[in-house]
Design a protein around this ligand. Structure first.
Ligand code: XMP
Length: 504
């Protein structure tokens, strides 16, 4: 594998992504990771990321002693290049002309540029520059403002580039990274099939003949993990699916079908959830109640399974979560379970997180290899509190039933019109508003529903999806015709911010 040392660049994660797209396995460690920690991973190469500091600052972050002396190829990007240059005896100063954004290399050559020709657009983001290099270093590229925009030391395989090859704004950047992989000679076999084989071997080695429990939500991560564990350890796995009565139409059956071969405990907890929600219309209170009830049910199940000798609690934690929670890669064997909605400390499970080094799209690829139905694999996100936060005001069984039918028509319509995959999330909201309508010569006084579809990258910001008017007309007619409790449909055209995606 390749170890990427992170010095705080906003693009560090992209470097790992690009390598994985090139089918090479890489991991991000904090820039100051110890030599011992790095050696444990037996890396074939090291990449020093960019970062906001200046290498000549007193407190500039730096790799641990000995890391830059390792006899393996090292690639420094931006800050990483400056650090490498300084370490080798070069001089780094504030640049006379800073470069932010698009630059064009005026010349380039050297091992990283093998097979590259034509104009090379390089995306830059630097205020410092390498002013001089020691003997033995060769300049590999320049721009009109930066004489030393890259260098190499062929013998020791040290490479520096001032620009960011990992961003899409450097169109030929992937070729640079691919050339680095060729120089390193790292295996390019990081395919979904290979990952599945590796994960299965690891899980079997770790778990042995122990029993494992897994909470499934019907989302892609936990469903994929259920299939993987099923394949790895068969009937040592018990999956627990809590139906809180706030699911979408047919969702329980979908999960049951997808996990038909697993030992699946479907816990029907709709009574306690809906009883607890009765008469509650404040959104925050609803969320808290659902959270609390979920923990109660899961705790009960967990205790029962613990008593039955279950030792492991499996979770679908992903790599971005691991990096973001400062736990880092070193913390592999955490014995805690607070990630599962606040379970009590005295439950003695060990945590099994086979996806903790994977990205979401890798999990989706694995899901495909394992045969998870596309209906779940490519499904839009669905909030934990379920339909309770899409029913404005108090939640009743009747309203859940209405919303389930509306939502199902909307989602099926999006799929039928081949629009489903072009939006990030689509949902229907049942409002407490009733309005007057006319149907078949008669007056109606029925519910108003709102449809919402958004485009987004990560849900943090979102724009309303420009669904075709013809589709909106079709779906509005269909909903009003099929759901007699509804006589008016509106489409939400607010972005996030200022609105949120969900209405509550
Ligand atoms: P908002 O409404 O905050 O939602 O713009 C952003 C994304 O998060 C989902 N969401 C949740 N997911 N538990 C979840 O698992 C929750 O309590 C929750 N609330 C919102 C929402 O569906 C959207 O995808």
């Amino acid at each position: 594998m390749i170890v990427i040392l992170d010095f705080g660049s906003q693009f560090t994660r992209l470097i790992a992504r690009r390598f994985r797209e090139l089918r090479a396995f890489s991991l991000i460690l904090p820039g100051h990771a110890s030599l011992e920690e790095i050696l444990k991973l037996e890396p074939k190469a090291i990449v020093l990321s960019g970062g906001p500091s200046s290498v000549y600052d007193q407190d500039a972050p730096k790799p641990s002693d000995g890391v830059l002396e390792l006899p393996i190829p090292i690639l420094g990007i931006c800050y990483g290049m400056n650090f490498l240059a300084q370490h080798l005896g070069g001089k780094v100063e504030a640049a006379t002309v800073r470069e932010y954004g698009k630059s064009v290399l005026s010349s380039y050559n050297g091992a990283l540029f093998a097979g590259v020709d034509g104009e090379f657009i390089a995306w830059m983001s630097h205020g410092d520059g390498v002013k001089s290099l020691p003997n033995g270093c060769t300049v590999t590229c320049s721009t009109s403002d930066t004489a030393i925009a890259g260098f190499e030391v062929l013998e020791s395989k040290r490479y520096g580039i001032q620009f960011h090859p990992e961003v899409v704004h450097t169109p030929k950047g992937a070729k640079i990274l691919e050339n680095f992989l060729s120089i390193v000679g790292v295996a390019r076999d990081w395919t979904a099939e290979h990952i599945v084989e590796d994960l299965i071997t690891d899980i079997r080695a770790k778990v042995g003949s122990d029993k494992v429990m897994l909470a499934v939500s019907g989302g892609v991560d936990s469903s994929t993990l259920a299939l993987l564990l099923q394949k790895a350890i068969g009937d040592q796995l018990t999956a627990v699916f809590v139906d809180h009565g706030l699911l979408r139409l047919g969702e329980r059956e979908e999960v049951r079908t997808a996990l038909a071969n697993a030992d699946l405990r479907v816990v029907d907890a709709s009574e306690p959830f809906l009883n607890a929600l009765e008469g509650i219309s404040d959104p925050e209170q609803k969320r808290k109640i659902v959270g609390r009830e979920f923990i109660r049910v899961f705790e009960r199940e967990a205790r029962e399974l613990e008593a039955l000798g279950y030792r492991w609690l499996a979770q679908g934690t992903l790599y971005p979560d691991v990096i973001e929670s400062a736990g880092g890669i070193g913390a592999a064997n955490i014995k805690s379970h607070h990630n599962v909605g606040g379970l009590p400390e005295d439950l003695e499970f060990e945590l099994l997180e086979p996806f903790r080094l994977l990205f979401k799209d890798e999990v989706r690829e694995i899901a495909q290899v394992l045969g998870l139905p596309d209906a779940i694999r490519l499904r839009h996100p669905f909030p934990g509190p379920g339909l309770s936060i899409r029913i404005l005001g108090d939640v009743t069984r009747e309203k859940i039933d209405i919303l389930q039918r509306v939502d199902s028509i909307f989602i099926a319509g999006l799929k039928e019109w081949k629009l489903y995959d072009s939006v990030w999330q689509a949902l229907a909201v049942l409002t407490p508003v009733r309005s007057v309508g006319v149907m078949g010569d008669g007056r109606t006084y029925s519910y108003l529903v709102a449809l919402r579809a958004v485009t987004s990258i990560d849900g943090m910001t979102a724009d309303w999806a420009r669904l075709p008017f013809e589709f909106l007309e079709f779906i509005s007619t269909k909903i009003v015709n099929a759901v007699p409790e509804v006589n008016r449909v509106v489409y939400d055209i607010t972005s996030k911010p200022p609105a949120t995606i969900e209405w509550e």
